[in-house]
Design a protein around this ligand. Structure first.
Ligand SMILES: [Mg+2]
Length: 262
């Protein structure tokens, strides 16, 4: 299930979101340490899962679950959206719409439904066209990975959505180039294609995570976005998902993950 890859990615990446050593030994470092924690990517991904599983609208469930975790790393505008009385979409193109959408690509079998629901999860807050595109592309990539599409098919789809004449960091830029030129950025239009590139050049879920670790980036969120795709593509993380999530999640979030009523 793709969401598991997103959660494990968020938790692994959290240790380097704000504090990444320049000389990080990304090929050999520990993936899960005492510096790791779940962040907003996990909380919102699980809120969307809970909304789908329980037939609740996205906005209500994101705000209900999210309110338990005011310190999990929300951006300033999203924090206001979370806690104000009358939330309105605020034209965001931040990568928050992409990092929370994995369950949509995993849950729905019909591709048109995936696109429509992904758009709805984004549009409650991230209603800028790039915010919506980031969610739709991520969910479609999860769906493609789950439904046996090849890496090249996923690559071609991402390239079609982020053509290189309009997007400076589309999926055509390789890891060697990105290690030198990419820098921390929280927009959908670099986070999504770069996260999928990290998947494209991986040989396993863990090597995908290490590719993200090799970049100066919004680490937890890129790990969450591409992690869902990698997990579906490789049919699992190769890690002890249950043990890791039991350790890092609280009971409320863990129970949403295993599918118990909130
Ligand atoms: Mg985060």
């Amino acid at each position: 299930m793709g969401i598991t890859g997103a959660l494990l990615g968020d938790i692994a990446g959290s240790q380097y979101e704000f504090d990444r050593p320049r000389n990080l030994d990304w090929e050999n470092c520990e993936l899960y340490t005492e510096k790791c924690m779940f962040t907003d990517d996990t909380v919102m991904s699980l809120a969307i899962k809970s909304a789908v599983d329980n037939g609740i609208d996205y906005q209500s469930e994101m705000r209900r679950i999210g309110a338990y975790y005011p310190d999990c790393g929300y951006g300033g505008h999203f924090f206001q959206w979370m806690f104000c009385e009358d939330p309105k979409p605020y034209n965001s193109l931040g990568n928050g719409s992409a990092m929370r959408v994995s369950y949509i690509g995993e849950y729905y079998n019909d591709l048109e439904e995936v696109k429509r629901e992904a758009e709805q999860t984004a549009s409650v807050s991230h209603n800028h066209p790039e915010g919506i595109k980031g969610a739709v592309v991520t969910a479609v990539c999860v769906w493609m990975a789950k439904h046996g599409k090849t890496k090249d098919e996923i690559y071609d789809y991402v390239l079609s959505q982020y053509p290189t004449d309009k997007y400076i960091f589309s999926i055509d830029k390789g890891m060697v180039y990105l290690r030198e030129h990419y820098s921390w950025d929280v927009t959908c239009m670099t986070s999504v294609p770069v996260a999928i590139r990290c998947f494209y050049e991986s040989g396993s879920y863990i090597s995908f995570i290490r590719n993200v670790f090799s970049l100066e980036c919004d680490c937890d969120t890129l790990c969450a976005i591409g992690g869902a795709v990698a997990e579906e593509f490789y049919h699992g993380t190769g890690l002890d998902d249950d043990k890791i999530l039991r350790h890092y999640l609280d009971d409320r979030l863990y129970n949403i993950w295993i599918g118990e009523k909130p």
